[in-house]
Design a protein around this ligand. Structure first.
Ligand code: DC
Length: 230
């Protein structure tokens, strides 16, 4: 993986990381790592296997044996577990809760660390997720910390869920996002913090195209896009 450029995109849920990562990877022709989906899959696989989300040793075993597959279709990442499409399942509110619960367990994070690094293959990788720039790819030449106000993030999530036909209440979503932010930023294992060398991008009043433009310009400025790799 040495020499393979990695662009990391971290930040809180709902800031638009996922869409930015997919669009950027497609535009550059690079690989994509959706690390949140890995944590979501661990939560789901535990539910399927009857393993409680707080049984650290058992959850770590599930994480190590995960048969995960990702395909990018349009702006979405289609996620398979043991060959079965579980995308809708893992993106549900229950899926978010499971992911956030297992993500606090250090042995689970350790189990996923090497697996995530294997995604760095030529010509390059866009890595989406909380600790991409701080823990998984600390040498990445471009780390973006994408944020947006809690209200903007709740509204985006609300529209997404409505579009998928899930009935949700905006105040409950807002509350859920606040709680998850608190849990994710105060946990001791890989808390949600921007890497010291990350570039902060606030997407509250930007469209996805504007965010994409800004990030591509940053990558070009740093000479990452023309870099020969592999
Ligand atoms: O980005 P997301 O909403 O799909 O992430 C789901 C959960 O997993 C969220 O609670 C944060 C956690 N997560 C993490 O701890 N580390 C990552 N690299 C990615 C996600």
């Amino acid at each position: 993986m040495d020499g393979v450029p990695v662009i990391c995109i971290d930040g809180p849920s709902g800031a638009g990381k996922g869409t930015l990562a997919v669009r950027l990877a497609r535009q550059l022709g690079w690989h994509l790592l959706d690390s949140g989906a890995l944590y979501r899959l661990v939560g789901k696989a535990c539910l399927d296997a009857g393993v409680a989300w707080d049984e650290e040793a058992a959850v770590a075993v599930v994480a190590r044996s995960l048969e995960a597959e990702f395909d990018v279709v349009g702006d979405e990442v289609v996620v398979k577990l043991g060959g079965v499409d579980v995308t809708a399942d893992i993106r549900s509110e229950l899926g978010s809760k499971g992911a956030s619960s297992v993500a606090v367990l250090p042995r689970v994070r350790a189990a996923l660390l090497e697996r995530q690094r294997e995604w760095a293959r030529p010509p390059g990788l866009v890595a989406d997720g909380r600790d991409m720039g701080t823990q998984v790819f600390p040498d990445s030449p471009l780390k973006i910390f994408l944020t947006a106000s809690v209200e903007a993030r709740a509204e985006r999530r609300y529209s997404q869920l409505l579009a998928k036909g899930e009935s949700v209440s905006l105040p409950r979503l807002l509350e859920g996002i606040r709680e998850r932010d608190a849990r994710d930023s105060t946990r001791s294992a890989s808390p949600l913090v921007a890497a010291k060398d990350a570039v902060l991008v606030d997407s509250t009043s930007l469209t996805i195209d504007e965010v994409l433009e800004r990030v591509t310009a940053l990558a070009a400025d740093r000479g990452i896009l023309g870099r020969v790799s592999g």
